[in-house]
Write a protein that binds this ligand. Structure first.
Ligand SMILES: [Zn+2]
Length: 478
C-alpha cells in the first residue's frame, strides 16, 4: 500500500526567516524546481516536543548531590588505575579500590530506594602490562542496569558513562594526590545522578528499553575499562543504541568558560566501518550521517525540547586534539557514542600535581567545578536517556527505492517494536541538522515529493505518547 505524502513549497523567504530564527544552517529552499502540491505541509524538525513526565523527572537532579558525589570521589586521594585496591586501603577509604566499592554501595543505595529496580554489577578483568600499565592490574567497571519494562524492547539499551579513575602529572603515580574532580569525577557524578533520578522516576515513568549507568576505570591508562566493556557488549550481542560519555563536564571556573553550552563530539566516518561500507558512504554523501552523529542531532533536539538550561554545541569531530575518550571504545565496536565536554578546558586543572607555582594554582580540585552547571549537563543527559528509553526501537531495513529515475522518493522499512507511527525527516545535503519532518499516517512506506538527489532522509519510529527513536538513514535499493 503506497502512501503519498506531499507538501507545499514554502517561499524561499519564509524558509529563510524561519531557519534564521531557529539558528539553523540552510543552503536555501528545498523545493526549488518542484511543482506546488496540495497536502499537509511538513513541520519544522526543530519544533519542541516535550514529555511533561520526563521534564518533571529531570528537575530532581540536584547540584548539591552532585557536589557531594564529587567531594566523596576526591576524598579517595588518588584514583589512578594503578593505585591501591587491597582490603586495607578500601577500609581506609583510599585509592581506586575505595572509590570502586563506594560507587557500588551508592548504586545499591539508589536501588534500595526504588524497591530494587537497579541491578548493580561489576565487570572485572586483569590488564596485562602495557605502555602505561607497569604490572598485571585488575580493572573493574561498575554499573547499574535499569531493565526495560517491555519484553519486546528490554534488549534495546541506552548507556551513560564516565570514568572514575584519575591521574596527576605522572601517569605512573598511584600514591600522591590526584583529585580528578572534573576529570572525571564530573562524568562519574553524571552517571550516578542519572541513576538516582531515573530509578526514582521509573516507578511512574515506565521505560520500555533498558538504561545502563556505567562508571569505568583505566581511561587514563589507555581506555582499558571502556574497551573491555564495549568488547564484552559486542561479543554478547548487546543492542546498545546510544552511549553518552561524559568526560570533563565540570564547567571549570575560568574566565573564558561558557556555561550556556556543552560540547557534544561525534565521529563522522564510523571507526568500525569496513572498506565496503566506506565506499558506500562515499557514494551516498553519507559522511555526516554516522549513527553517532544521528545521536548527536538527537541530543540537540532534546536540548531544544527540554529546558535543561544548557545548549548542546555539536562538534562534528571525534574528539579534541591530542585527547581521546571512552566513547571511542564504543565507536570501535560499532556502537553510536558521543562525548560531552565543557566548552573551555583549563589544562592547569587537568592531569596536574596539586601545587601553586608563580601564583598559578594547578590541580583538578572541586573548587574549580561549577556544580550548578553540572546539574544542567546532567539534566540534558537524563532527558536524552529517558527519551531514548521511552521510544520505540529505531526502524530496521530502511530502504530508499532507486530502481527508476524518479524525482519523488519512496522509502520502506520494517515495523519497530513499540511504534504507533513513523516520521520521515530530511535536510538539505549541506545542512547540519534535520530541517523537516513529515508524519506517515499509516504503514511502513512513504512516497514524498522531494528529490532524493537533493536531500538526506531519515526515518524514525514514534510511540503513542510521541517519543521518537533515533532516525535511520535509508540504504538505496535497486
Ligand atoms: Zn577524562
Amino acid at each position: 500500500m503506497t502512501e503519498f505524502v506531499s507538501f507545499r513549497c514554502f517561499s524561499a523567504s519564509l524558509v529563510a526567516a524561519v531557519v534564521v530564527a531557529l539558528g539553523l544552517v540552510s543552503s536555501g529552499p528545498l523545493c526549488r524546481g518542484q511543482e506546488m502540491e496540495q497536502g499537509p505541509a511538513p513541520r519544522l524538525a526543530s519544533d519542541r516536543h516535550t514529555d511533561t513526565h520526563i521534564a518533571e523527572a529531570i528537575r530532581q537532579v540536584s547540584a548539591d548531590h552532585i557536589r557531594q558525589t564529587i567531594e566523596k570521589l576526591v576524598s579517595f586521594g588518588n584514583r589512578s588505575t594503578i593505585s591501591m585496591q587491597d582490603e586495607e586501603s578500601i577500609k581506609a577509604g583510599k585509592g581506586i579500590g575505595g572509590a570502586r566499592e563506594w560507587i557500588k554501595t551508592e548504586f545499591e543505595r539508589y536501588s534500595k530506594d526504588c524497591g530494587g529496580c537497579l541491578e548493580v554489577k561489576t565487570d572485572t578483568f586483569t590488564e596485562q602490562p602495557g605502555e602505561r600499565i607497569p604490572k598485571p592490574t585488575e580493572i573493574t567497571n561498575v554499573y547499574a542496569v535499569l531493565r526495560g519494562s517491555a519484553p519486546q524492547q528490554a534488549s534495546q539499551i541506552v548507556l551513560v558513562t564516565g570514568h572514575y579513575d584519575s591521574r596527576n602529572s605522572d601517569t605512573f603515580n598511584g600514591t600522591d594526590s590526584a583529585p580528578g574532580a572534573n576529570d572525571d569525577g564530573s562524568g562519574t557524578a553524571v552517571s550516578l545522578e542519572c541513576a538516582r533520578v531515573l530509578s526514582q522516576a521509573a516507578g511512574k515513568l515506565k521505560f520500555p528499553a533498558t538504561i545502563i549507568f556505567l562508571t569505568v576505570a583505566g581511561e587514563e591508562q589507555g581506555l582499558n575499562g571502556s574497551k573491555h566493556f564495549a568488547q564484552m557488549a559486542k561479543q554478547q550481542g548487546w543492542r546498545i543504541e546510544a552511549v553518552l560519555n561524559n568526560d570533563i563536564v565540570g564547567g571549570d571556573r575560568n574566565p573564558r568558560q561558557d556555561t550556556t553550552v556543552v560540547r557534544v563530539f561525534s565521529e563522522g566516518l564510523p571507526a568500525a566501518a569496513s572498506e565496503a561500507e566506506l565506499k558506500r558512504i562515499r557514494m551516498l554523501g553519507g559522511e555526516s550521517d554516522s549513527p553517532s552523529r544521528e545521536l548527536a542531532r538527537y541530543i540537540a533536539d532534546i536540548g531544544r525540547s527540554y529546558d535543561a538550561g544548557v545548549k548542546p554545541l555539536l562538534i562534528f569531530r571525534l574528539d579534541r586534539f591530542l585527547r581521546g575518550g571512552d566513547h571511542y571504545s564504543f565507536n570501535q565496536q560499532g556502537f553510536a557514542a558521543v562525548r560531552f565536554t565543557e566548552f573551555r578546558e583549563d589544562y592547569n586543572h587537568q592531569h596536574q600535581n596539586v601545587r601553586t607555582e608563580d601564583g598559578i594554582e594547578y590541580g583538578d580540585l572541586p573548587k574549580f567545578v561549577d556544580f550548578d552547571y553540572m546539574a544542567l549537563v546532567t539534566r540534558l543527559n537524563a532527558a536524552a536517556l529517558a527519551s531514548l528509553a521511552s521510544a520505540p526501537a529505531p526502524p530496521t531495513s530502511v530502504k530508499m527505492q532507486t530502481k527508476n529515475l524518479d524525482n519523488d522518493t519512496t522509502l520502506t522499512w520494517d515495523p519497530s517494536a513499540g511504534a504507533a507511527t513513523y516520521e520521515v525527516v530530511w535536510r538539505s545535503t549541506s545542512a547540519s541538522d534535520w530541517e523537516y519532518v513529515q508524519t506517515v499516517s499509516s504503514g511502513t512506506r512513504a512516497t514524498l515529493k522531494v528529490s532524493k538527489d537533493n536531500v538526506i532522509f531519515g526515518v524514525r519510529a514514534i510511540d503513542q505518547a510521541g517519543h521518537h527513536s533515533l532516525p535511520v538513514v535509508p540504504e538505496p535499493e535497486r
